[in-house]
Design a protein around this ligand. Structure first.
Ligand code: ASP
Ligand code: MG
Length: 417
């Protein structure tokens, strides 16, 4: 068994989907699970639609944009034979309308998952139908029949035991008379059959879950970059490809925020000793990066820049030292508000952390932590450099002020403004 994951950029238009067919055509034979994300910016568009709904603003036009984008791709792929795929899109989008019609006061995270998951439903139906159209028999499988989660909507936790049972039985049927399965990334289902999502960019994680549960030979994530680079080529021109890395290096890079691999992806693969390839869908023959046991350690400085950070500092109002009892209160509030700190530091009288800036969360945090003073700096950047040298750090910081700095033997983290 092999598992391939195609992200939003690799299925963003008709030409890209034809390229997916071209790649898959070279791997036919062994059983292959193809995990597909929502097309292009669909997830963002569905989020915008939900936000409009929550703010009591009209949603019809936003839904129409999503419909037209998908219809255009279908028409380009199927030409005069587009009717049944178009019907499928319209029927799938009716589910968004139903979800918007649901009673008011539903949990926002629950609503999010019911609506935003539709992006993956649309993309997989189109990809599956197109592969059939060009002669690749395949079975479209609903990921909710594969991945069982708890009901932590928008960030669901996998029930591994149930998922293992489900994947076994569902895939046995799906693979009974052909060798390709197409399924959705990012989504799962609860025991009550409600849809959940695994967190933004969660399709990589889906691929890892399915690989783990089927004991696949390997996983390939097809990207618009040549593999894992030492920095984001969107912001830096002098990047180098890291051709091999250990699970540990991959996990750290993902944890620090490199956008190539979703952080939860590595552990399930490492536990089952399944290699992960990150390859270019533009140059599918090129080697890319392999993440596996026994890889050479990464030594080239690699850096990750997280923009739009808020640096928050919290100190007890009574001027006491920040101690264990305060940490309990602070951390449980961060957990409750789903604030994920990207770096943290403690001094005698204050605790500081940075997170992806969200003003509404800062307001809530202030309300909850009544015994503390809270200050924050927005518009910061968090720079993480693994295998740092002074030159790299100086280059990245430039003329800016360093508001927080942390170093250990291998990594340096700096919040700058
Ligand atoms: N479509 C989802 C997102 O954009 C999941 C993914 O692409 O991995 O976050
Ligand atoms: Mg995506």
């Amino acid at each position: 068994m092999k598992v391939f994951k195609f992200g939003g950029a690799s299925v963003k238009d008709a030409q890209s989907i034809k390229n997916v067919h071209h790649i898959i055509g070279q791997y036919l034979g062994d059983p292959l699970i193809i995990v597909v994300s929502a097309m292009g910016k669909t997830t963002n568009n569905l989020e915008a639609l939900l936000n409009a709904h929550m703010a009591n603003q009209p949603t019809q036009e936003l839904l129409e944009v999503i419909r037209l984008e998908h219809a255009k791709i279908v028409e380009e792929l199927f030409g005069p034979k587009a009717k049944s795929a178009l019907d499928d899109i319209n029927n799938t989008l009716v589910e968004v309308e139903w979800a918007l019609d649901d009673p008011e006061g539903l949990d926002k995270h629950f609503q999010y998952d019911q609506i935003v998951s539709i992006g993956e439903m649309l993309s997989t139906k189109i990809v599956s139908a197109y592969l059939k159209y060009v002669g690749i028999q395949n079975s479209w499988v609903d990921a909710r029949d594969l991945i069982r989660t708890d009901n932590t909507y928008q960030n669901a936790n996998v029930d591994w035991e149930e998922t293992k049972k489900l994947t076994e039985s569902t895939l046995k049927r799906a693979f009974s008379n052909q060798s390709v399965v197409v399924t959705q990334g990012f989504i799962g289902g609860t025991s009550e059959n409600f849809t959940t999502t695994l967190g933004r960019e969660g399709s990589d994680f889906t691929a890892a879950i399915l690989a783990h549960c089927t004991n696949a030979t390997d996983v390939t994530i097809w990207k618009d970059v040549p593999g894992v680079l030492n920095a984001d080529p969107k912001y830096f021109s002098d990047t180098v490809l890291i051709s091999e890395m250990s699970y540990f290096d991959a996990m750290e890079l993902a944890y620090f925020g490199t956008s190539v691999i979703h952080p939860k992806t590595i552990k399930p693969l490492q536990n089952a000793n399944i290699p992960l390839y990150v390859k270019s869908f533009i140059e599918p023959k090129a080697k890319g990066t392999i993440v596996a046991d026994g890889s050479k350690p990464v030594t080239v400085p690699n850096y990750i820049v997280k923009k739009n950070q808020a640096l928050v500092s919290i100190s007890p109002k009574d001027h006491s030292f920040v101690a264990e009892n305060h940490f309990i209160e602070i951390f449980s509030t961060l957990h409750e508000l789903r604030i994920k700190s990207n770096t943290m530091q403690n001094s005698a009288i204050s605790f500081s952390f940075s997170f992806d800036f969200d003003e509404s969360k800062i307001i809530l945090l202030k309300e909850k932590l009544t015994g503390f003073d809270l200050f924050y700096n927005e518009g910061c950047e968090l720079i993480t450099v693994r295998h740092f040298d002074e030159e790299t750090i100086e280059k990245l910081v430039g003329q800016r002020d360093i508001l927080l700095e942390q170093r250990n033997r291998t990594s340096a983290q700096l919040v700058v403004k």
